[in-house]
Design a protein around this ligand. Sequence first.
Ligand SMILES: C[S@@+](CC[C@H](N)C(=O)[O-])C[C@H]1O[C@@H](n2cnc3c(N)ncnc32)[C@H](O)[C@@H]1O
Length: 249
Amino acid sequence: MQLQKLVRYGYRSLTGEPHEKRDFAFYVMNQLAKWFDMRIYNKHTSWQDDEEFLAVMRRFDPSYPRIKERQFFLYNLARSLRHLPGETAECGALGGDSSHVIMSAFEDDRPHHIFDSFSGLSEPTEHDKPKTQSVRALQAGEFASPLERTKKNLAAHPQALFYKGWIPERFDEVADKTFCLVNVDVDFYEPTRDAFSFFFERLVPGGAILCDDYGFRTCPGAKKAMDEAAAGVGRQVVHVPTGQGLVLK
Ligand SMILES: C[S@@+](CC[C@H](N)C(=O)[O-])C[C@H]1O[C@@H](n2cnc3c(N)ncnc32)[C@H](O)[C@@H]1O
């Protein structure tokens, strides 16, 4: 767009209706992004304005930022699995955001099992070292957050059950259950591998394991663990553009 036209478009938009301002902001940001070979979400996609999802997130935290694509994907996946039997679980809950998303999406009182050290990340292995130095290496102990805080955040969901400890120490306590959705968000190779191998065989047909860290350069071990474990049971991970990795049973 020529400069003159751009100035005219900008003037019209900034003095116009709110949606015109938003369209103009989108145009400017997208031009900048393209310059760096990046892309901003298509302004015609509707998920950013999905009121049902936004209401769920605001219930958890009134200052919730509008754009949280991973939580949105998790929410939709959970809703699509509501017809299945089986319970739900999360490995790596931190303050409970994604557990809240899962339990809100199911809208019933089926138990939701939460496994977390509540002491942060475990020790990384060789597999967890980022491939390049420009990517920050995550450290043991990062994301430490007290259990009591998560319990308080999830007080509206009495079906949440807490298992404090290092994965897989307390998995035995749910060995007789079946699951329809398990969210794995523990960043490193070993706990991701252990979570997959324990839960996949307990998934009901049609159930899913979602790995939050799968496509992140900060978490190469999580990708490796998911790829290996999925291949071991004849599956391939769906690499979602949000960075998540999905395996269906
Ligand atoms: C990135 S945070 C999870 C974020 C969370 N899903 C959310 O919605 O905000 C990672 C969590 O995994 C837990 N964690 C990491 N490694 C673990 C392990 N080996 N055993 C148990 N918990 C672990 C950490 O304590 C932390 O709470």
